[in-house]
Design a protein around this ligand. Structure first.
Ligand code: DP6
Length: 355
């Protein structure tokens, strides 16, 4: 083995990156994965993807050579998606992807088909590994601001919402007047703007159905192009984000909850009035939403819901109300969950490098 081949065979990067839950939703995009409005999310702590990427000498003449295993099993369909993704980013961002055989191993901390979207955690974990390998190739060891900015940009090219997973606690993706440094190209971390109560936020995911999504996010975004309310929606999202940032900073739970719930229902309303239309909630989703509202009105406890583009309901509340809310969830909401399944999560501090 030549010395350069030996060096090549030693490069490995490992990252664990979390999922995130949007408060103001990204729904509608243009160009190369650019958002039609700014979005903001909480970064989660438990739902995460662990990915290892190693570079070794190439075995074939393929332009991009990828081997991919998910949870220990080779997965050729994912591998070809990754080849396509890498082909699109190699020339502009990581020319080294053409020089090596790339072996990727990935696993999720949450069960497969639990109804949790994994593109945010998986694409951000992969992007972080690529930026880490690039650093190693250039002999760099420190993780500067520029490292996370590039990781967020690459994550975005893989899946828009993944751009936000790179930062702990909360992140904004999309250019917005009130968020200094915000950009359509990458997300920015906004944890320094958060009132401490939001760092204690719990996020219990009620699994109403574990079925595959009836419409992919990509197809859902595309439906916004023909949606008659699209322009009004983008303006509304940007206005809500401005108000929500104020509430996140001041600790105004009532405004936070109102905007978060309105956003979830707006996302679903947009799908209902797309052509073709989609109803993504199940009966159980509506029942638990009504129960959450009723419980909040009755007790005054600040517990709110949000939804992704699917039937599962995320219950958000500060940790200090954990006992009362847990009792309520177990007695009133759990019976509406698929096999009584609930995934308990909370706001978390962001990706971790695995040495
Ligand atoms: C409803 O990021 O999954 O979760 O960019 O096509 O990969 P692609 O879409 P994706 O869309 C997420 C949509 C959402 C809202 C959000 O996370 O902001």
């Amino acid at each position: 083995m030549s010395s350069s081949t030996e060096t090549k065979s030693k490069l490995t990067a490992g990252w664990e990156s979390p999922s995130n839950i949007a408060l103001v939703k990204y729904w509608g995009k243009h160009g190369r994965q650019l958002p039609n409005n700014a979005s903001v999310s909480f970064t989660l702590s438990q739902a995460a993807t662990r990915t290892f990427v190693s570079l070794s000498p190439k075995l074939t003449e393929e332009r991009i050579e990828v081997e991919f295993a998910f949870e220990g099993k080779p997965n050729t369909s994912f591998a070809s998606k990754i080849v396509k993704f890498f082909s699109g980013i190699a020339d502009d961002f990581f020319p080294f992807l053409k020089d090596y055989r790339i072996v990727i191993e990935s696993s999720n901390s949450f069960p497969h088909s639990s109804g949790i979207a994994s593109s945010a955690s998986s694409m951000s974990a992969l992007a972080l590994c690529l930026c880490d390998l690039e650093n190693q190739i250039h002999g760099k060891t420190e993780l500067h601001e520029g490292f996370y900015k590039k990781a967020s940009l690459i994550s975005r090219l893989g899946s828009g919402s993944a751009a936000r997973s790179v930062f702990g606690h909360a992140a904004v993706w999309g250019n917005h007047d009130v968020v200094i440094g915000s950009s359509d190209e990458y997300a920015v971390g906004v944890d320094t703007l958060l009132h401490p109560v939001f760092k204690t936020m719990q996020n219990d995911i009620l699994i109403i159905s574990a079925d595959e999504k009836s419409v992919s996010s990509t197809a859902g975004h595309a439906l916004m192009d023909g949606n008659p309310y699209a322009a009004v929606r983008y303006a509304q999202a940007n206005e809500r984000l401005g108000k929500l940032m104020d509430a996140l900073q001041s600790g105004d739970l009532a405004t936070f909850g109102k905007i978060t719930e309105d956003e979830a229902l707006t996302l679903h309303a947009l799908m209902m009035c797309s052509d073709p239309s989609y109803i993504l909630m199940e009966e159980g989703s509506l029942t638990v939403i009504k129960k959450i509202k009723h419980f909040r009105e009755k007790t005054g406890i600040p517990v709110y819901f949000t939804l992704d583009a699917g039937p599962n309901v995320h219950v958000l509340y500060p940790e200090e109300y954990g006992q009362e809310v847990s009792q309520f969830i177990i007695s009133e909401l759990k019976p509406h969950c698929h096999q009584g399944r609930i995934i308990r999560d909370s706001v978390g501090s962001g990706p971790i490098k695995i040495s």
